[in-house]
Design a protein around this ligand. Sequence first.
Ligand code: GTP
Ligand code: MG
Length: 260
Amino acid sequence: MEHPGENNELTLWENAGFPEQVQDPKLMRLLMKGANNVLDVMLDYKQLMFAESSAMKIIRTKLEILDTEFKMTHNRDPIHSIQTRLKSQASILQKMSRRGIEPTTENMERYISDIAGVRVICGYMDDIYTVEKLLIEHEDIELLERKDYILSPKPSGYRSLHLIVQVPVFLPGGVRKTKVEVQLRTIAMDFWASLEHEIRYKKDLDNKALLKRLETCAEVIARTDEEMQAIRVQMEAQENPTKEMEQILEKLRRFDVPLG
Ligand code: GTP
Ligand code: MG
C-alpha cells in the first residue's frame, strides 16, 4: 500500500543521496525514527554542555570582579590567575563507567559535579579562604560540597580547596541550576600538582620511595607557602602610611587599578 506523501519522501531520499537499496519506505521510516531519537539525545547533551559552559563563565566573571574589587580596597589582588575547562566527553563517560552509572544525560547532570571546572590560583594561602568567602557570599551561589585538602592533605601530598557550587543559568527554556567545581590553590601548590599529575596521577606507580619523595616535596612547598605568607603579613604590619603624601599615593594607586 502506498502511503500519502511517499513519492515525495522517496524523491527527498534520492536527492539526499541515499543508495538505492535502502530506499525502501519502511526501512527509511525506521532509519529516520532512529536518527530522530539519536538527535534528541545529542541535543539534550548539547543543551547540558551549554549550561555547563555558561555556568563556568559566570563563576569566572564573578571571580574577576571580586579580584578587582579587592585590589581597589586592599591594593593587591588575591587571584594570580584563573583557568577553566569543560570535561571531555571521554572523561565523563569513563568516570560514569568507573562509578557504575548508566550513561544518560540526566545522570551526567545529577552525578557528575565537575563537568565545568574552574581553577583559581592565588598568591598566598589566606587568599584562598578570602576568595572562597567572597564567592560564597553571592546570593545566587549555593555551596553544595567543600573538601579542604589544605587542612587535610591527600596521602599523595596533594593540597587545594575544592568546592562544588551551584549557580542559576538563565536560558531561553528557563533557569537551569548548574554545578561547577572550583579548585583553589596557591601558585606553589599548583606547581606541585601540575608536575605530580604528569608524573603520577591515576597511574599505578608503586615505587614507595618515589611516592615518598613526591610527598616530601609537597611538604617543603607547604612550609614555603607558610613562610611567604608570614613575611607578607609582617611587611604589611610595618607599613605605616602616616605621612599625608604616602596616603595620597596609596589612594591614587587604588584609583589606577585597571577595571578589566
Ligand atoms: P575524581 O573522580 O578524580 O573527580 O575524584 P573525586 O570526585 O573524589 O574528587 P577529588 O576531591 O579527589 O578531586 C579530584 C580532582 O582533584 C582531580 O581531577 C585532580 O584535578 C585533583 N586531584 C585530586 N587528587 C590529586 C592528586 O593526588 N594529585 C594531583 N595532581 N591532583 C589531584
Ligand atoms: Mg571530582
